[in-house]
Design a protein around this ligand. Structure first.
Ligand code: GLN
Length: 482
């Protein structure tokens, strides 16, 4: 948001963001007559005093002529599964409704060190499990344009709040699409970095071999700034990489001329199956070619197995990670483990604990977990072959526009299937960046670019060039709202 970025005083930027943020704070516990506004329930906690103190300190530094830091005075929101010292971090679970961590996640500490001001915490699907942000113990989040719809998930609160200008950016987690999908539904840019590029220290684990910390912002330029500030080795995270970080800001203006962009979807099949995504992709191909890039079809033979593979592995790892919430070490809700887990954990969490425990059990381990690990390797190999012939891949993020509230209520499997375009990059540990690619009847449609490991600077460069060329076109993608 320009007003937040260009404010002369940090305090002014923070007060502006706070004013927009207050109406979005969860109204859990209030009666049904509460007006449902766009973005309702996007925020779980606001730290007004802490934010004002931090902003005042930045203004003092400015007045004293101390040289500015890259994110000085920018109001940033934090998904509530990332730890913030002294500030409630609930994971949107009743189990952790009163949990106040004693330390900052590395990503939060790096934000503060770069001058960002932490404004508050965003709503999510409980522990990051979901694709709609309806699976929160604090209520569903409403879409920032149409409150009868959801903003996507699991980082729905982050996307809705940033879309409505309640923060310049939100940092979040993406295990199988939780940053990219809500960013796409809300006309924003979302980055899932390469696995190991941004520290996971202080992120409440969902599926540890897939979890990535990234962010939701308004532009590739803003995302590049965050990448430079947050990427890099962290001794607190055993899976953090020592690979040197190349600046995403430095290469941003180099354009997309000469890039080879692979299209992973068969155009005819996509048009029959997901017409909205197909139209967005066709339009994007024309933009890439106008920018001087070469568009090349690419086969991904194992993509169809990605959702099943992802959900088996996600449930297995989640069931192990959830074991710590037993009412003794973490969480309240009863004096016995069963009671604490019975009341403290929501339906979707219980479903994954059961599925994961089943798939890992002695009799089924080979049939599910072991097989899923083999298929994961095949999905990753598809990308290795693809990047022999192209620099980046361009694909849909979701089949259509943001779903209606309750649209998947009767069918969790349909919700899982909605992740078909985002989970492949997660299984392969590759970086993927979602970006706005037009609208259908006033609702945003996004696409994503996926690249080889450590290619975040190239992803930003291509998305930046795309945005400039795309903005010059009329925004409506022809065709009806699904
Ligand atoms: N929707 C996916 C799931 O429910 C992705 C979640 C995420 O990325 N945290 O697992």
């Amino acid at each position: 948001m320009d007003v937040l970025r260009k404010a002369k005083s940090a305090l002014v930027a923070i007060e502006t963001a706070l004013e927009r943020a207050r109406p979005l704070v969860t109204c859990h516990g209030t009666d049904a007559t509460t007006t449902v506004i766009p973005g309702a329930n996007a925020l779980l906690t606001l730290d007004e005093d802490g934010a004002r103190r931090a902003a005042a300190a930045i203004d003092e530094r400015r007045a004293a002529g101390v040289s500015p830091r890259p994110l000085d005075g920018l109001p940033v929101l934090v998904k509530d599964n990332l730890m913030t010292a002294g500030l409630r971090s609930t994971c949107a679970s009743a189990m952790l409704a009163d949990f106040v961590p004693p330390y900052d996640a590395t990503s939060v500490a790096r934000l503060r060190a770069a001058g960002a001001v932490i404004l508050g915490k965003t709503n999510l699907d409980e522990f990051g499990m979901g694709s709609t942000n309806e699976h929160s113990a604090f209520g569903a989040v409403r879409h920032p344009i149409d409150p009868a719809r959801v903003p996507g998930g699991s980082s729905g609160g982050a996307a809705a709040a940033v879309a409505l200008g309640a923060g310049w950016a939100a940092i979040a987690s993406d295990t199988g699409g939780s940053i990219r999908q809500p960013a796409a539904y809300c006309s924003l840019v979302g980055l899932k970095p390469t696995y190991g590029r941004v520290s996971r220290f202080g992120l409440a684990a969902l599926a540890s071999s897939l979890d990535c910390v990234g962010w939701i912002v308004h532009s590739a330029q803003d995302s590049a700034l965050l990448f430079n500030a947050l990427a890099g080795y962290d001794p607190h995270d055993a899976t953090s990489s020592r690979e040197p970080v190349e600046s995403a800001v430095a290469v941003l203006a180099r354009g997309a001329g000469g890039l080879r962009i692979g299209l992973t979807e068969d155009a005819a099949a996509l048009a029959a199956d997901c017409p909205v995504a197909a139209r967005a992709l066709a339009r994007a191909s024309a933009v890439w070619e106008a920018l001087g890039a070469h568009v090349i079809p690419v086969a991904m033979p194992h993509a169809d197995a990605a959702v099943a593979t992802y959900y088996i592995l996600n449930a297995c790892e989640a069931s192990a990670n959830m074991a710590r919430y037993d009412g003794l070490r973490y969480g309240a809700g009863g004096d016995a483990v069963d009671a604490a887990r019975g009341t403290g954990l929501g339906m979707e969490v219980k479903r994954r604990v059961l599925m994961g425990a089943f798939a890992l059990s002695a009799g089924y381990y080979d049939a599910y977990y072991d097989k899923a690990m083999r298929v994961r390797a095949l999905v990753a190999e598809d990308y290795v072959h693809a990047f022999d012939g192209v620099d980046l891949l361009c694909s849909p993020v979701a089949a259509g526009v943001a779903p209606r509230l309750g649209g998947y209520a009767a069918d969790p499997l349909a919700m899982y299937l909605s992740d078909r375009f985002t989970v492949p990059a997660s299984l392969a540990g590759l970086p993927a960046l979602a970006f706005p690619a037009g609208e259908v009847e006033g609702l945003p449609v996004g696409l994503q670019l996926t690249g080889p490991r450590w290619s975040e600077p190239l992803l930003h460069r291509a998305a930046h060039a795309f945005a400039a060329a795309h903005d010059a076109l009329p925004s409506e993608i022809s065709g009806g709202r699904p």
